[in-house]
Unconditional design. Structure first.
Length: 402
């Protein structure tokens, strides 16, 4: 298949980007308003209406920046921000950002609305109003060269580094050759591989960013006594964090790494990028390195990923809010056992049923179908998980600031 010839219909956004979905986000601005937000979505019963939010009452720049990046995401056509009335995060400001982006933006406070019941009714009214505005979003043609795709590991076993992550790496190489953009993360799963990563740096600045990010992540893991390896990894045949790291990094493929992105930042140019989701040094030192797969997926999506890969040897069932998740496993037994949830069986290459080239072409075909509107397994089930924690992170890579 010649990827450059494949196109599909997409949604044109004011900032020039194109979306593969046209979603409405109901955003709660504190945990106290989350119930109302979820009830509005439940009563609307529309798969393109999703709920995300931040539970904290107090200021957290990282969380605010991440939410704003999701409002600006090309898959999002409008938002309703639901606040209680006494939290730091202001729903009116979030709605205004959406409007500035040429999208629908509505908001209210539950306290001012008069409580739960009245707020739910108002929310339903406003979401229906937003849905009408989505019909006016212009449709345009989109191709692989305009896609931004992210990759995350979760529930890794011995097949992840032999098949699952390998086919994603080959796909990333092909995507970049076609002019697209790929983002991989989990620097905390690169333990022992800093020299390999730096050898792939596109330039001196990229090498400096990679090395700084690696050392920062390693220092943070030591300080909180938490590394990204689990009992499930050991049960799946991985013996050490270094062995897991080899599998995790191979999903990035072989192309030069242009540099390091921070959570919520958009790649300044096409090609391959490393995403840093590790907290930066701060006196409160809150936010562990890699709390769960849903946080990692949200971090990737905040950088503009139209869709993401979740590579899992032992299996996973999650999707994500805002962007489709394609779940890839290198373990054919896992695929057979969890076929209702897994999108792609990369383990066939290990049993000789297909070549790596054939496998990569199949994954390319699946990506084109999902980008064109076919639902991923997670979307079919209605999985829309997300996780936005308290965390501190600088906007730029520490030692590489201009």
């Amino acid at each position: 298949m010649k990827l450059s010839d494949v196109t599909w219909d997409a949604y044109q956004r004011k900032d020039g980007r194109k979306g593969i979905r046209n979603k409405i986000l109901i955003i709660y601005t504190v945990e106290c308003s989350s119930y109302v937000a979820h009830e509005i979505a439940r009563k609307i019963e529309d798969s393109e209406v999703e709920v995300i939010g931040f539970g904290g009452c107090t200021d957290n720049e990282y969380a605010v920046r991440l939410l704003i990046s999701l409002i600006r995401h090309p898959n999002v056509g409008g938002i309703l921000a639901v606040g209680l009335g006494c939290e730091y995060l202001q729903p009116e400001r979030l709605a205004q950002i959406a409007i500035e982006e040429g999208k629908g933006g509505e908001w209210f406070y539950i306290q001012e609305m008069g409580g739960t019941g009245k707020s739910i009714l108002q929310g339903i009214h406003l979401v229906r109003k937003l849905k009408e505005s989505l019909t006016l979003v212009p449709k345009v043609t989109m191709g692989m060269d305009e896609l931004v795709i992210g990759a995350e590991c979760g529930g890794s076993d011995y097949t992840s580094g032999l098949a699952g992550n390998v086919v994603v790496g080959h796909f990333f190489d092909s995507l970049i050759e076609q002019g697209g953009t790929a983002i991989f993360e989990e620097i905390v799963e690169a333990v022992g591989l800093v020299d390999l990563l730096c050898q792939r740096a596109a330039n001196e600045k990229a090498e400096e960013e990679i090395r700084y990010t690696y050392e920062k992540a390693l220092d943070y893991c030591r300080s909180v006594k938490q590394y990204s390896v689990s009992p499930g990894n050991f049960a799946g045949g991985l013996s050490t964090i270094e062995e897991k790291s080899m599998g995790a990094i191979i999903k990035s493929g072989s192309k030069p790494i242009n540099g390091v992105l921070k959570v919520g930042s958009i790649p300044p140019q096409k090609g391959l990028w490393l995403l840093d989701s590790t907290p930066d040094p701060y006196w409160m030192q809150f936010g562990i390195t890699n709390p769960n797969d849903n946080e990692g997926l949200m971090d990737l999506i905040s950088c503009g990923c139209h869709l993401t890969f979740l590579v899992t040897g032992r299996g996973n069932v999650v999707g994500s809010a805002v962007a489709p998740v394609i779940k890839v496993t290198g373990n054919s037994h896992t695929y057979q056992r969890m076929e209702d949830d897994m999108d792609f069986d990369a383990g066939r290459v290990l049993s000789g049923l297909c070549t790596q080239e054939q496998l990569t072409e199949e994954l390319e075909t699946l990506v084109c179908k999902v980008a064109g509107g076919q639902l991923s397994k997670g979307e079919i089930w209605g999985h829309k998980e997300y996780f936005i924690p308290y965390k501190y992170q600088d906007k730029q890579v520490g030692r590489c600031r201009a």
